[in-house]
Each structure stands twice: as C-alpha cells, then as structure tokens.
Ligand binder design. Structure first.
Ligand code: MSP
Length: 484
C-alpha cells in the first residue's frame, strides 16, 4: 500500500480567513479523501505561518503581543477547517516549539550554503519579500505610498540559492518535480533561466524580534519565508521521525499563484541543500475574484466562508468552489452565480435524480431495492483529472453521469413500465438507477463527503432509508434581504 502526502500553504495570521484560504483547504482535502478512497495511507497537513513583520505589525497595531494575536487568528483557521469538513491529519503552527527546534536543526544542516553579507535594498512587508533594487516598483519606494517598501541596509545571512539553479531546472524539465498547470511551470522555468540569485534568509533581531533565533547568532532571527517553507518537513518530524521517512517527498503541494516562486524555486533549493528529494508535484491555483474585482481589505469585498456555508451548507460550498473556479486559472464568486449553480445543478439535477429514484422505489416496490448491479462507468478521465488537480474537470465528469442518469429516467419512463405491470423489468430499471447513484456517490465522495454518505445511506441496506428532508432544498436569494 502506498503513502500519500499532501500539503496546503500555511496562511499568515495577520487577518481572518477568507474564501481564498478556504479554496486551498478544500482542494487539499479532496486530494486527501480521494487517496484514502484508493486505499492509500494519507498524511494531510495544513497550518498557520505566524512570524514576520506583517504579523508583528498587525499585533502591535491592536495592542496585543504577537503570540496572543497569533493564537487568536490561528484558532480561526482551525475553526474554518472544521466548518469545511477538512480531514487534515496535522495542523502545524510555526510558533510550535517542535517547529522552532527543527527549523534550527535545518539551518545548521544548511550551514555550508549560508554566509553573512550586507543586504541593501527594499523589503515588501505585504508579501514578506526582499525586493532587490533592480526589481522594485518606483511608486512603492515613496514613503507616502500605502504599501510603501521598507528601505533596508543591514547585515544578514544569505542562502546560496544560485548553486542549485541547474539542478532545479533539470528536475522541473524532466518532471521529476512536476509543476501544474504548464503556464505556471513555464513562468518558473523562465525565472530560473534568468538565473536565481542568492537570497537573504535572516533579519537583525533589533529590527524584528518576532522570529526564530538563528542558531549560534543571537543577533539574528530567521527570515519568515525561510522557516515557513520548512514546515512541510518539520511537521513530519524531520530528520529522525518515521513519518518523515514514510511521507517525504510530498505527493502534491498546493499553493496560490502569488507564492509559486517560493515553492518552485526557493524551496527546491533548500531541499537540494539538505540532500532531499523534491516534491513530486506542485499545483499552483489561481485567485478568486469577487464580481470580477480583486478581493481586498480596502475594497471591503472579502467574503467570509461562514456566510456561504450557513446559508447553503458545506457541500454546496465545496462543490461551487471546486467546480466553478477553474482549477488552472482565476475564477469569480458572486452570490447570483453561486445560487444558480446551487439550484440548477445541486437541487435540480443531483437532488432530483436521487429523489425520483427514492420515490419510485417506495411507490412501486414498497422501498425494496433488490440486488444492485455493480456501477460500470468508465472513470479513467475522472481519475486523470484528480491526478492533475483538475477539480473542475473531475466534477464535470461526475455531472455527466448525473445528467445521463436523469436522461435515462426520462427515456425509460419507469412509471410507464409500472403501468404495463412488467415487474421484472421495473425492478431492473430501478435497481439500475440505484446502482448508478451509488457510483455517482463514489465519485462525489472526495468532493462532497456528507452528500455522498447520505446518498449511500439511502440505498445500501437493500431497502430505501429515506433522508430527513431533501439533499439540497431550493434556495431563493431574493428572499434574503441581507444578500440581495
Ligand atoms: N504565509 C504564506 C504562505 C507560506 S507557505 C510556506 C502566505 N500566506 S497568505 O495567507 O498570504 O496566503 C495563503 C494562500 O492563500 C496562498 O496560497 C495564496 O495564494 C492564497 N490566496 C490568498 N488570496 C487568494 C485569493 N483571493 N484566491 C485564492 N487564493 C488566494 O502566502
């Protein structure tokens, strides 16, 4: 039996979770559940990224210590995972003692590639990124800019990333380290071909104390990205724990497009420095916009996942974001489109296929289902879509089956078969429908676990076990003043 290790990026705790974070949770969860369904042993890790300037500044502005503030916001991310029915095995916080200690072990192991030098350039607090002079946006150099860079001139430690340029390029080109989609892979390759430069990996402690101390130098703390990336192996107990031996390299690492460089170039450099294999696949998703606009605090258009889940339920949430946000591009959320998908696809198409089958078996056969034939539909494309993190396509495949079942019912007209009194044929038709639905439930399981379990519970006992209520009660947005 094989092992499967999947990770999300770990969000900063400078603000409450939004639907962009939720998207990553449900994508990783879908991969984890699909792997468990295949019989693999899964380790699914997520967590929070808690050090750095951004968190320290936000905590200070609220009059809180960074630790107290990080505790509060990290708890919100854990709540979000619960709300979304996320089956993560681990939740790592970069303020966990074990992470801090293991990060220091890693630093020491990389010491041969780390040297002290002077950094003169800019720092982008929003992205927690050193911005070399040649790459800086002149607008943001102006102190009055709302997202002005900090000007840095300091001694810090550098990591010799340049040394691994060719090895990283080679691994990506040979797909030993596969990056999907191709567009993102090409962006990273272009960057590497330009030549990766050594990067700063620490900050002077007198300028930023909220970080993990650099071993052997009390005047410096680690640069937040450098230690945050390490979470993917510290959470496995690198270097000595059995989980590390069993689960590294990761099967899939999921990140957003804004942080692909860190995961496609810097993280591989660190792994090569440690003599470790690179992840098998890096999946880079796009951004969710709200009605075509970027989500942002200043626009006030952020949507809390809970708002949607409270109204439509967790599986409708999972369904919408996995199917209607294109897996390889940016996507959009607005309430109207969400509700149309809910009513047309979940209530009408899936809900009706289940409801009609239940009602007919109850009416014509007193609820007795009879022997279910094995579902026999080709799932190759569905499986390929999941392997390539094309959640949208996998759900399209499942929906092909929902639609074709409804078409089968419309064409076969079991109610006419009943009128003709052909009981054998009727039993055959209805058990075929039930079996079809069991097959669909299998496909939906990783995406909509509760819905899949409900569908299965109706048909598995040989006699219909009706649900309390319907799977997806129709919703009408216009009835809700808050959302209109
Ligand atoms: N802390 C770093 C990640 C460290 S991983 C070692 C970070 N945090 S973040 O909170 O800014 O972003 C977390 C994830 O959410 C990233 O993958 C980011 O791309 C994703 N998203 C942030 N806004 C998003 C949308 N509007 N839409 C989809 N995903 C978005 O970066």
């Amino acid at each position: 039996m094989s092992n499967f290790y999947v990770t999300t990026s770990i969000p900063y705790v400078n603000g409450s979770p939004h639907i962009g974070h939720a998207l990553e949770f449900i994508m990783a969860d879908t991969l984890a559940r699909a792997a468990r369904q295949r019989g693999e042993t899964v380790l699914f890790s997520t967590g929070t990224d808690e050090h750095g300037t951004k968190v320290a500044e936000k905590a200070a502005s609220l009059g809180k210590t960074p630790q107290v503030f990080a505790d509060e916001v990290s708890a919100e991310f854990m709540e979000l995972a619960k709300l979304l029915n996320i089956s993560n095995d681990r939740f790592i916080r970069t303020t966990d003692k074990a992470h801090e200690q293991r990060a220091q072990v890693i630093w020491r192991a990389l010491a041969g590639d780390i040297y002290k030098a002077k950094y003169v350039g800019w720092y982008d607090v929003k992205q927690e990124e050193f911005v070399p002079v040649g790459q800086a946006d002149p607008e943001r150099m102006k102190p009055e800019h709302p997202q002005a860079y900090q000007k840095l001139e300091e001694e810090n430690y550098f990591f010799r990333l340049s040394k691994y340029n060719e090895a990283i390029q080679d691994a990506i080109e040979k797909e030993e380290f596969k990056i999907v989609p191709k567009t993102r892979r090409n962006e990273i390759l272009a960057l590497i071909k330009d030549g990766l430069e050594d990067i700063s990996v620490s900050r002077p402690k007198d300028k930023l104390s909220w970080g993990i101390p650099v071993p052997g130098d009390p005047t410096q703390v680690m640069y937040v990205w450098f230690e945050a990336l390490m979470n993917y192996i510290t959470v496995l107990g690198y270097p000595e724990h059995a989980d590390f031996k069993n689960f590294w390299p990761a099967d899939v690492q999921i990140v957003g497009k804004d942080i692909s460089r860190f995961h496609g170039a810097i993280w591989p450099g660190m792994l090569l420095g440690l003599g470790l294999p690179l992840p098998k696949q890096l999946y880079v998703h796009g951004f969710i916009n709200i009605k075509g606009e970027k989500m942002s605090k200043s626009l006030g258009n952020g949507i809390e996942p809970k708002e949607i889940v409270d109204k439509y339920g967790v599986d409708a949430f999972r369904y919408y974001f996995l199917r209607h946000i294109p897996s390889y591009e940016d996507g959009d959320f607005d309430w109207e489109t969400f509700e149309a998908a809910y009513n047309n696809e979940l209530a009408n198409e899936l809900g009706n296929a289940v409801q009609r089958t239940v009602v007919m078996i109850q009416k014509y056969q007193n609820g007795l289902i009879g022997n279910l034939p094995e579902p026999s539909h080709d799932v190759t494309q569905y499986n390929e879509a999941i392997a390539a993190c094309r959640f949208d396509r996998a759900l399209d495949e499942a929906w092909e089956q929902v639609r074709s079942l409804n078409q089968y019912i419309d064409e076969t007209k079991p109610w006419e078969v009943a009128k003709l009194g052909d009981e054998d044929h009727l039993r055959e038709v209805l058990s075929y429908q039930a079996s079809y639905l069991m097959g669909i439930a299998e496909l939906l399981e990783p995406f909509m676990p509760d819905t899949a379990a409900k569908i299965k519970s109706i048909f598995t006992e040989g006699i219909i076990r009706p649900l309390d209520g319907t799977l997806f009660p129709r919703q009408d947005l216009t009835n809700d003043d808050n959302l209109a």
